[in-house]
Structure formats: C-alpha cells, structure tokens
Design a protein around this ligand. Sequence first.
Ligand SMILES: NC(=O)c1ccc[n+]([C@@H]2O[C@H](COP(=O)([O-])OP(=O)(O)OC[C@H]3O[C@@H](n4cnc5c(N)ncnc54)[C@H](OP(=O)(O)O)[C@@H]3O)[C@@H](O)[C@H]2O)c1
Length: 411
Amino acid sequence: MQSPSHHLVVFGATSFVGQILTRYLAEHFGTHGQLKWAIAGRSEAKLAALRNSLGLGAGKLPIVLADAADEAALRRLCRDTRVVISTVGPYALYGEPLVKVCSETGTDYCDLTGEVQWIRRMIRAYEAAARKSGARIVHCCGFDSIPSDLGVYFLQQQAHERFGQPCTEVKMRVKAVRGGFSGGTAASLLNVVKEAAANPALRKEIADPYSICPEGYAPKVRQPNVKFTEFDADFAAWVAPFVMSAVNTRIVQRSNALSKQAYGADFRYDEAMLMGRGLAGRAAATGLATGLAGFMLAGALPPTRWALERFVLPAPGEGPSAEDQRRGFYDLRFLGRTTDGGTLRVKVTGDRDPGYGSTAKMLGQAGACLALDLAQSGRKGGFWTPATMFGDRLIERLRAHSGLTFEVLED
Ligand SMILES: NC(=O)c1ccc[n+]([C@@H]2O[C@H](COP(=O)([O-])OP(=O)(O)OC[C@H]3O[C@@H](n4cnc5c(N)ncnc54)[C@H](OP(=O)(O)O)[C@@H]3O)[C@@H](O)[C@H]2O)c1
C-alpha cells in the first residue's frame, strides 16, 4: 500500500480554534520539517485565505476539500493521512461521518469535543470497527480534558513511586483561570443542554459518572459531585461547580476503566472551582453557582435559548481576542489520598487562555504525538483517552512545547 502524503490533516482549519492551531503548527513544525501536514475544510476560498494569512504559498501547505457530511470526500482525505485532527463542531451535529470513516479506514483521529452524549454514541457505534481497522480515536484533546486526565495520571505515577499504591480519592480544584469562549463552544454547550432538555433518558445518561466507560462497567462507588456550594476543608476554601467537570470526570473514569483500574476499583474523583475563604468566598461561590444554574435553565428553554444565541453568546467564528488569549492562564490543583491516608498534592498550569491559546497547543501536540511518536507503537485500535493513549509522551511534549507545567507540591 502507498504510504499517505500527510502525517496529519487539520479538518476544520478555518474554525476559530483551527486558525490558532494552524498558526501554532506552522510556527512550531514549519511545513517541510519532520511533520508533513495539510489543512482541510469545506471552503477552498476560506482555506486559501487562511494559508495566505500564514504567509504560505500554494506549494507550502496543501489544502484538502471535504464537507463534514460527504463520506466519499472524507474517505479520500483519510486515505492520504495518518492522523486527522477535527475542530468541526458542534460534533454532535457534524462529527459522526468523520469518526465513522476514520474507524473504518484505520486512520488515527483526535478532536476537541466535550459532548459526552455524543462520545458515548460514537463508542457504541464504531469501537468494533476501530479495533478491527487499527484506528486510534482520542476525543477531548483540549482544555477538556487533557489537564484533568493527564493531571490525575501524573499524580498516580507519583503516588506509585512514593506510596507503592494509587490514590483512590482525587480532587481537582481550579485555583485560578482567565479566558473566554468562542461561538463553537457556546453552540456545542447549548446543543447538549437542548438535547438533554428534550430527553429524560439522556439526562440520566449524562448524570452517570461511568457513562462512557465500557459497557457493563459500573463500580459500586458513589462519586462525589459539587452541585452548588460547599466548604472544602482540604483546601480551606468555599467551592462552586466547575462547568467542565461533567466532561472531565467522565474521561478520567474511562481512563481508570481502560487501564484495568490502575487508580483503584473504588476510585473517586471530582472537580470544582476554589472561590476563597470566609463570607466573601461563600458569596462568590453562591454567585457563580447561581449564575451557572441560570445559564443552564436559560439554555434549556427555547425563548431564552434564542435570546442567549442572538444577544449574549459569541457567533460561530468569534472568540477571545489575541490579547485576551495571550493574557489568559490556568492553575489547577490536585489532592490525592491513598486508602492508608497518604496524601499528595499536584499542580498543573498552562499559559494562554485555556479554551483557545492553550487548547490549540495541546491539540497540535496530541496530533503530533499520534503521528510521530506512536505511529509504530503497537497501541491497538479503539476509543482511547488522552491519558491511556499518550501518557508520559504527551506530558513531555506539553512541558517542552505547549507552556504546561506538571509538578508535585511538597507540604
Ligand atoms: N475541548 C476544548 O477545550 C475546546 C476548546 C475550544 C473549542 N472546542 C470545540 O471545538 C469546536 C470548534 O469550536 P470553534 O469555536 O473553533 O468553532 P467555529 O469557529 O464555529 O468553527 C466551526 C468550524 O466547523 C466548520 N464546519 C461547519 N460545518 C461544516 C461542514 N458541513 N463541513 C465542513 N466543515 C464545517 C466551519 O467551516 P467554515 O469556516 O467553512 O464555516 C468551521 O471551520 C466546538 O465544538 C467547540 O466546542 C473545544
């Protein structure tokens, strides 16, 4: 068989996050270096304009045309690459044909979806095909859920070194974060809320902490979940719900399930935002929790959803300014506890705003890791998680090239 022309193709290169990603790939890998890559999407004019904006001519960066609904075009795209990165979302609306084609053709794939209900549908529909063809499918390769999934993985590696056992209870707390969100993210979030509002079975599925674990996997452990506000004595602060926890906790539980319960059969994990101490901390936590609940309610009701889309949220293609991306950052704290009472604290930070500047760098390195580091790794086809597919390899790349830190905090 002829080897593919590209190591990696960015499908949806014209999206808000896709444009940041292509600039990052161009600056980091060039166009004729170790990574041979191309941009893809449905509009030749927009892709050519993107290529021009990078100062690259036609001979420098190939363009591949494909509509997200055109399986024949997606098959041609897959035939000519090792890995596809997709930023075409909402994935629940546009993403399935590409996952299907990658699974059937043995093409590795990673994306930025945070739509758990869709991930579950894709696993159920295409895992058998991916296993057969050898395609490695890795969802959630952005802020959700790489820092959480690799943060827990890193903590557990350290726990094994120090205690000879995993931490069966881990908490992730967002200490600080600065960033905004884009039209695509807003549309994806609203689509989940809309689907769930109309479907009680889906609401139950979304509430299941093991919803994307392999079928039949259901440990008898009650998972903690910060639903409103509470005082967290481990962090001596009030906490409020973290909007991404509904995705991240599911990915972390799938990592535990896929790694034969390396974190323990009764592993408990939750995420929340640290809001400070005393009355001020409590008031801030209540304000955030109330605002989040109000947003979910507004998104569930058609008239207020329309108003949100029309007047409040960014439109497709819009997102935080370059200056806001540059000034953004995040600081995540993990506390792990073993069954013997050993504790371990870990800190994961990222430069740039989490959803775009940092996400683009994480996604680019995840794609490069699949295309370059793991091409011959012998890792089998199937639906993986960032921690189970990439582990230490990606931590090294993120530390070296994506502005992330992973460190143990000594008491
Ligand atoms: N996990 C994370 O941390 C994270 C962070 C950021 C974003 N995201 C997710 O990433 C996705 C992209 O977000 P965004 O704000 O960058 O999106 P966006 O700016 O709205 O862009 C959407 C992209 O989809 C393309 N597209 C739409 N329909 C298509 C079709 N039929 N065929 C081919 N391409 C099609 C658009 O192409 P045209 O340009 O031709 O219209 C555009 O490139 C969203 O699902 C968002 O939730 C996740």
